[in-house]
Design a protein around this ligand. Structure first.
Ligand code: PMP
Length: 345
């Protein structure tokens, strides 16, 4: 079970929220750019109006930005909204969804919501998704395999060659959800770009999001890029008026400010490396991360470290006896993590 030493299960709902440093949800530490905030403020005067019945403008905008046809794109309420619709569409009750575990907590939830059966393949000792183990777990009832790249919570990466071998061994009748929520933070030259796999692998659905690198988590916009048939089924399954115009204008403004946002992502990546070296210097270990967070194999020290961080006002995700996931925060937040961890080391 997830550990939670904070006094409140859901800090967002608490009046003292501003006292917590939120390093528990892999959020972007930067507030919206002024131009994004201005676009949102202007749109606020029109919230009495409905959005588009189907989010065609937003879909077209994302497709044009990616340089792909809009028939390949579907948008949803976060990438988790798309993943949920996809699992619903691909499975009948009793069908199986295979993924590495531990993973993003929504996967077991949305699998069960669809009436499907989660098949969880333990991560390797180094925190990686066990690709041969996942292939060995496939059965006649497997309809969907989920691969997160980079993986949450360990931050590990499946390289291009490994992914291509995995796809070659995966039967075409099985849909591969390639969850690239953290793609923009990956700097390794081996990082595959899921979008390039679609021509040869029509069973792949790539998920991306505006929640992480683009810092729009509250506005709930994710999208998938897939073969036209699959993307069309997802568009057809989405709720009328399902995407807020606030989300649409914020995405439009963010795409216009792409360069500045990319610089912020670079800053998070640099900060990730600074935080990781600091923690390694203090004797903590964990895999190199390709996301906006770090996994620490804190083992028996996990609870003490989480308690010390909570006492310092820092929220993290932790698993007693195993380790913890820390979002890369601002320099000040990360310095507080380092001094707190240093006092324990
Ligand atoms: N995939 C992964 C691997 C995640 O960690 C998260 C969020 N923590 C998501 C998807 C969901 O992101 P969103 O629904 O905000 O797009």
């Amino acid at each position: 079970m997830t550990g939670d030493l904070s006094p409140h299960k859901e800090p967002r709902a608490e009046p003292r929220e501003e006292h917590w440093l939120r390093l528990h949800l892999n959020e972007n530490p930067f507030p919206p750019l002024p131009e994004v905030a201005t676009a949102l403020a202007a749109e606020l005067t029109a919230v009495n109006r409905y959005p588009e019945f189907t989010p065609d403008t937003l879909t077209g905008m994302i497709a044009d930005w990616l340089g792909t046809g809009r028939e390949h794109v579907a948008v949803g309420s976060g990438s988790v909204g798309i993943a949920r619709q996809l699992i619903d569409l691909c499975t009948e009750p009793g069908d199986e969804v295979v993924y590495g575990w531990r993973s993003f907590d929504a996967y077991p939830l949305i699998t069960r919501m669809a009436g499907a059966v989660p098949v969880e393949v333990p991560l390797t000792a180094t925190g990686e998704q066990d690709l041969p183990g996942m292939l060995a777990a496939l059965t006649e009832r497997t309809r969907v395999v989920v691969l997160c790249n980079p993986h949450n919570p360990t931050g590990t990466l499946v390289g291009r060659a490994e992914l291509e071998d995995f796809l070659a061994a995966l039967p075409r009748r099985i849909t591969l959800v390639l969850d690239e929520a953290y793609h923009e933070f990956a700097r390794d030259p081996r990082t595959p770009d899921g979008l390039r796999l679609l021509t040869d692998h029509p069973n792949v659905v790539v998920l991306r999001t505006f929640s992480k690198a683009y810092g729009l988590a509250a506005l709930r916009v994710g999208y998938c890029v897939a073969a036209p048939g699959q993307a069309g089924r997802l568009r057809a399954a989405s709720l009328p008026f399902g995407i807020s115009p606030l989300a649409q204008v914020a995405v439009a403004a963010s795409l216009r400010a792409g360069k500045q946002l990319a610089e912020r992502v670079d800053a998070v990546v640099a900060e990730r490396e600074r935080l990781r070296s600091g923690l390694v210097r203090l004797g903590f270990t964990g895999p190199a991360s390709h996301g906006n967070f770090l996994w620490l194999d804190a083992g028996p020290r996990t609870e003490a470290l989480a308690a010390a961080l909570a006492a310092a006002g820092v929220l993290v995700r932790f698993y007693p006896g195993e380790g913890m996931r820390l979002t890369v925060g601002s320099r000040e937040a990360d310095d507080l993590v380092l001094s707190t961890a240093g006092a324990l080391a």
